[in-house]
Design a binder for this molecule. Sequence first.
Ligand code: ATP
Length: 417
Amino acid sequence: MPKNLSTQLGQYLPPPVLALIKIAGKEADELGQELYLVGGMVRDLFLNRANFDFDLVVEGDAIKLAQKFAKDSQAKLTVHARFGTAKLNYPGFSLDLATARSETYNKPGALPTVKPGNLKDDLIRRDFSINAMALHLNPKRFGELIDLYHGKDDLDNRLIRILHPNSFIDDATRILRAIRYEQRLGFKLEAETEKLLRRDVTMLDTISGDRIRHELELILQEDEPERAIRRAEELGVLRKLQQSLKVNGWLSKAFVKARQVNTRVPLPSIYLCLLIYNLTEKENEEFIARLNFPKSLAQAMRQTLQLKAQLHNLANPKLKPSDIYQSLHSYTTIAMQANALASESPIASQHLHLYLAKLRYIKPLLKGDDLTRMGIPIGPKIGEILDALHKARLNGEVKTRRDEERLAKSWGQNQTD
Ligand code: ATP
């Protein structure tokens, strides 16, 4: 007897979403098509973990079904005809529909050749057994589990298992995906899968920088990415991204600390700058080039190392706030945050925190216009006075507008003397 999960699905999904999925199944039926819920949501339904990525597979024509269903359910429809996929947007969530397809890999690491296929084809092309289960959504079989690769057993045994021995050769991004799921879920790589992963680590060389970077970004978005990074090192994967990347107790602690500090910067960017913290500038450049990091992230990574090289200047307890400002104001926030977390000098860290929390927001009250109104002629002097006011305000030497006016006047006076 096939297992039926309609009750669990009913408890897992909010009622309006469940109703919508049922109507979609009915409409598929009317078109003579089969509709399935697949991938991560089926896995997470069993694990009782929240997931709002609705991946639906259609045996037939996903676009035809999406067009009909969008009209009937008043969804905003986006169609990618070339890929046979469609997205239905509702307030607060969306449904992704794809025509079932088969994939063949002509060359390791290349994108696959795609042809329309049936559900079985669509499931075998997937990464791991726990991601290769489907639930039927047509009315007569609503909630029926299709589990051709024993994903449920692997879920029960807490195992990450590839579907065929060439899986990592076909697509080595699965190496990083395997580690991410294993560490997120607290599972283990199934023994043969781990053996093949270790064998095929070199296949990461066949993957483009953009695709590797995407998988690394997904890892860095996990709740505790240090677990996956540590495991990647142990499996020989981390050094395939950059030979000198290493994890030690320090890095894990810095990641934990990063989560405790209330930064305004997205955590994944900080994790990344911590990850590269012990690379040389040359190694960092190699890593940036290999993973093709976008300009802004590459800049944050470079500045992290540049600032690290200057940190000794910040470790002086006698620095005035204006000196700290002067040393730091040209660095990106991410580079400063990473250094504040990683620095071995408590004084340098303190100065970085002071800059981030306070100094960067301090500005003089008087503007250039105020100075010209006070009779100071337009010219370079204005800039000098504004700088002096800024410094004085950082150092707490002026408090009120009147203090500033007094200082500006005396400065103007000195300059004309
Ligand atoms: P997550 O919880 O991380 O979002 P997900 O399972 O929804 O997990 P996606 O990256 O959105 O993950 O992918 C959706 C599905 O597509 C996966 O469940 C998996 O079946 C399949 N998939 C994604 N990437 C690959 C890949 N490189 N090789 C094979 N199948 C893949």
